[in-house]
Design a protein around this ligand. Sequence first.
Ligand SMILES: NC(=O)c1ccc[n+]([C@@H]2O[C@H](COP(=O)([O-])OP(=O)(O)OC[C@H]3O[C@@H](n4cnc5c(N)ncnc54)[C@H](OP(=O)(O)O)[C@@H]3O)[C@@H](O)[C@H]2O)c1
Length: 278
Amino acid sequence: MTKANARVALITGANVGIGRVTAIELAKAGHRVIIAGRSLARTQPILDDIQALPGSLPALFLPLDLSSMNSVRTCAEAFAALQLPLHLLVNNAGVAGARGLTVDGFEMTFGVNHVGHFLLTQLLLPHLIAAAPARVVTVASRAHKRTSGIDWEDVRRPTRSITGIREYANSKLANLLFSAELAKRLQGTQVSTYSLHPGVVDTEIWRALPTWARPLLRLRGLLTAEEGARTTLHCALHAPQTETGLYYADCHPTAPAALGQNAELARALWERSEAWVR
Ligand SMILES: NC(=O)c1ccc[n+]([C@@H]2O[C@H](COP(=O)([O-])OP(=O)(O)OC[C@H]3O[C@@H](n4cnc5c(N)ncnc54)[C@H](OP(=O)(O)O)[C@@H]3O)[C@@H](O)[C@H]2O)c1
């Protein structure tokens, strides 16, 4: 692949954790990588690491705060101004245990993990469709199994559970349903979608959890960020283009919980999300 026809990948939240490893591996695989995140200063070391890879294309940074629809819109406009094609969108950024409301009035974890990525994907879709074959990879979680459903009123209220895990589970169920519904709506476009569980990974995402809850995670055996990026990279680089709309764990398509297979709920979430970001 020459520099002129390199595939372009945009990844959210790649200054640390699973996203950082994913960005570097995508650059090694020949992609021009664009990292969208909250801080250029915190992302600069990864831009430098990519720059230092032999034969790599310089990575770019775009400001993005997923808790603000204004910021998401500005990010999409900044991408359009680059006049680059887009072959791969990795919706990776996420929070767990965050509290409060986003500026647009969504429960913080649901707003960042689902609503922000829903809007970003909508705004970038024309670029993905124009560059097809293309992919949208959304980092969900096995935690989607820990909810009994999305309460449409709760997602418009500040975080209520003590640990924020219930709200995290809702947001990850939303990631998974979004990816499945997006696949249906993209039929015939050659843009494929993938959602995944990366494993339980030793990253900064657990920093907002109460200190008493963290040892419980360690008991489950944490993966390194390198191990945690494997399923994202499988979906981005190796899963067949025809395998669209599926949920992966350990680099294989896996059945989600029953709610994650509920087509009615996926459609309802989509319709509400469209109305929310209008
Ligand atoms: N770690 C696990 O065990 C695990 C398990 C299942 C699923 N996941 C999922 O994996 C993905 C990556 O998580 P990780 O474990 O690598 O966590 P991490 O190390 O905490 O990284 C999260 C990334 O998201 C960014 N981010 C947070 N809030 C943001 C916002 N408002 N706008 C834009 N970016 C924001 C962070 O940027 P800042 O530095 O600016 O905060 C950071 O780059 C998440 O979607 C997570 O839900 C993780």
